[in-house]
Ligand binder design. Structure first.
Ligand SMILES: *[C@@H]1O[C@H](CO)[C@@H](O)[C@H](O)[C@H]1NC(C)=O
Ligand SMILES: *[C@@H]1O[C@H](CO)[C@@H](O)[C@H](O)[C@H]1NC(C)=O
Length: 542
């Protein structure tokens, strides 16, 4: 896209990619406008405050045939419609006004039965359906009002009619719930479809079965933020999004066992996690499914992501919001930083690449919107703030480690499994020797021992100098994910299969006063060197 792309890419050993192969700008806006039935209606909307041109921020896109959908949440007032599209036949480029979908009347906030209050990311599926989650909210952060319940709306794209509305059960959400991402999992046929919703601030994952028309909610500690990864530097602003949990999700193609893998990452995290849809599709697996969730290595550098998508060929694209870029990973290779690459970067045009999609023709679509500037400061409306780019997937991958090298069948070798065997051992902090807030307390100390973590792949990302000084001694324990047992205070205790360290069971000694399971939970077995989990302990965290 720009000369700088070549320079940066050669620094990171990808070689200099052909700029013509990168993302091409298709649409751009200084501020958003909408198509109204006529000029009079538009004038009235401006006069009444139903349309405030500087209050709209586009956050989600999706392409279906000639329609390019654009969502605009009602974070502020004056948003005429939250679900919209551009007719790409009529306006193949430029700054077109958005057309409300399916109509202006069906976008009224607070009209719970027929309207849409706020919509984030949406998904068009192979069966010609558009999946839209209405969060039922207006406002953002401390201005949020829940004017309607969370409700899934599914539209038939051929007729532009809503064919399903499903209100989430009260148990599917909690007072902190914030859901901005969805993933659609088509199985054997269109009826056999599941939708997954990530609850970023309520820390849950909700499954919905199209066939059964019902939903259920998973809880897991992998949905929590990483307390060391809540600091962000984007668009010249420094801010903390420390509470942000499970956010971006992507589904793999169907694997040999008949199921997909859902990849996800909390927003305040650099780590990738995964779970099979075999688990998510099974409403009887709400409890005792903890170990079905697996974790993969962290991405290198500043690698927060909010949106990701996987192609039919098993290549994942993800936005790198701190790097003004879009990254890739070919799932035929292990999820490791040396197998990640940047497909495009633009420090002007890609500031906050909010959504990434791949359409039926393997064309990649990216929207950038300078979101942190909008939320925390003020956008300059004489400048271009919102852009939509597209490019053929193959062109973006050309020359990167993500380019196809093996057929997708390589999945049979199980690259989705974390590279952790029963013999892998990891270092855990054992005893603190120094000040926990000191500079030498780097996240590296807590990482599993993947050698690549010590050599950041994104060489141009400014990395604090690594230090070997650790303010605590460490001890070696098996690196099985089964080593972790979470208690009901959202705290973590460590359970190992080898002789244990009594200091890691503070709850045994300190929390006698609450949670009836607590005192009986850790049962010394045999010599008292190991502990057994009680079978009746439910896997809920709040
Ligand atoms: C919401 O938070 C912002 C920024 O922290 C603050 O300026 C504002 O006064 C708050 N508004 C309300 C209604 O609490
Ligand atoms: C699905 O469940 C909802 C309850 O939220 C109900 O209103 C709707 O009629 C159901 N739809 C179908 C097709 O069963």
């Amino acid at each position: 896209m720009k000369i700088i792309v070549c320079v940066l890419f050669s620094l990171t050993l990808f070689g200099c990619s052909n700029a013509a192969g990168k993302l091409q700008q298709r649409y751009s806006w200084r501020q958003l406008d909408w198509v109204f039935p006529n000029q009079q209606t538009r004038d009235r909307a401006v006069a009444s405050g139903d349309y405030v041109p500087t209050n709209g921020l586009p956050v989600g896109i999706e392409r279906w045939q000639n329609k390019l959908f654009v969502t605009v949440p009602r974070w502020r007032n004056g948003i005429p419609a939250v679900l919209n599209y551009i007719d790409m036949n009529r306006t193949p480029s430029g700054s077109p006004p958005l057309i409300p979908y399916p109509s202006l009347e069906n976008n009224i906030a607070g009209d719970c039965a027929n309207g849409l209050s706020t919509v984030y990311r949406i998904k068009a599926d192979k069966c010609g359906r558009l999946w839209v989650l209405d969060t039922g909210t207006v406002g953002i952060g401390n201005t949020t009002q829940n004017v309607c319940p969370y409700a899934l709306n599914v539209f038939d794209l051929a007729t532009d009619r809503r064919i399903r509305r499903y209100e989430f059960r009260p148990e599917d959400t909690n007072p902190n719930t914030f859901i901005a991402n969805i993933a659609i999992d088509i199985g054997k046929n269109c009826e056999d479809t599941y939708a997954y919703f990530s609850d970023e601030l309520g820390y849950g994952l909700i499954s919905y079965s199209w066939e059964q028309n019902k939903s259920w909610r998973f809880a897991h500690s992998f949905f929590f933020p990483d307390p060391l990864r809540g600091d962000f530097n984007i668009g010249g602003l420094n801010f903390q999004w420390g509470e942000e949990g499970i956010f971006g999700m992507a589904l793999s193609p169907i694997k040999n066992d008949g199921f997909r893998t859902l990849y996800f990452s909390p927003l305040a995290s650099h780590r990738e996690f995964s779970v099979s849809t075999k688990t998510l599709r099974d409403s009887t697996r709400l409890e005792e499914s903890f170990h079905e969730f697996t974790y993969l290595p962290e991405r290198a550098g500043n690698a927060h992501t909010t949106s990701r998508v996987m192609s039919e060929s098993g290549v994942m694209l993800f936005n790198l919001i701190d790097q003004n870029s879009v990254g890739c990973w070919n799932s035929a290779t292990p999820y490791e930083p040396q197998n990640h690459a940047i497909v495009d970067r633009d420090d002007e045009g890609l500031v906050f690449p909010a959504d990434v999609k791949i359409d039926e023709t393997n064309t990649v679509w990216v929207i950038s919107d300078r979101m942190p500037v909008f939320l925390l400061s003020e956008l300059a409306y004489n400048d271009v703030n919102f852009r939509i780019f597209s490019a053929p997937l193959d062109n973006l991958l050309q020359g990167t480690v993500c380019a196809a090298r093996r057929p997708f069948d390589a999945f049979t070798t199980g690259p989705v499994s974390p590279r952790i065997s029963s013999t892998t051992r990891t270092s855990i902090p054992f005893q603190y020797l120094g000040d926990i807030s000191s500079e030498s307390f780097s996240s590296e100390s807590f990482s599993r021992e993947y050698p690549e973590l010590t050599t950041p792949f994104f060489g141009f990302a400014s990395q604090p100098a690594k230090t070997n000084t650790r303010p605590y001694s460490t001890t070696q324990v098996p690196a099985s994910s089964k080593a972790y047992v979470y208690n009901q205070h959202n705290g973590v205790s460590l359970k190992t299969e080898t002789p244990t360290y009594p200091d890691y069971y503070p709850d045994q000694h300190q929390h006698h006063h609450h949670h009836h399971h607590q005192n009986s939970y850790y049962q010394p077995r045999g010599s008292g060197s190991s502990y057994q989990k009680k079978n009746d302990w439910p896997q809920y965290f709040y």
